[in-house]
Design a protein around this ligand. Structure first.
Ligand SMILES: [Zn+2]
Length: 123
């Protein structure tokens, strides 16, 4: 008999948090807002293409974009590209904090996921 365990698999369901900032931020300008963020994010990643955590873990000293690539080549390291613009301090819907570039950092997918889990465990 194998049927017993199968029934439990469907019991876990994802719940959407009703208190999320997105629910109150829905406006007619929502689409333009997303577009603005996509553009700002792309521009930021062009200037800051490397994951700050990967850089720290690899102890990369170089700061210039080309210098990082050279240092990685010299030390036979992978270039630590990131593709996520993360808010250092959670914005929680605060527009000023959301758009403050000094509150942004580039992370790779791995570090972004790890960082988020750490923050959620801390609350
Ligand atoms: Zn990383």
């Amino acid at each position: 008999m194998l049927g017993g365990r199968v029934a439990l698999a469907g019991a876990r369901t994802q719940t959407v948090q009703p208190g999320s900032w997105r629910t109150s931020a829905q406006t007619s300008g929502q689409r333009g807002y997303d577009y603005r963020w996509q553009k700002a994010r792309a521009a930021y990643l062009r200037l800051h293409p490397y994951c700050v955590y990967c850089m720290r873990e690899a102890r990369i000293q170089a700061t210039g974009l080309a210098e990082v690539i050279l240092e990685c080549a010299e030390r036979a390291l992978p270039v630590p590209y990131g593709n996520v613009v993360d808010h250092i301090v959670a914005h929680r819907g605060d527009q000023a904090r959301f758009w403050d570039e000094s509150n942004w950092q580039t992370l790779c997918q791995t570090h972004h996921t790890r960082d988020k889990q750490r923050q959620e465990n801390a609350t």
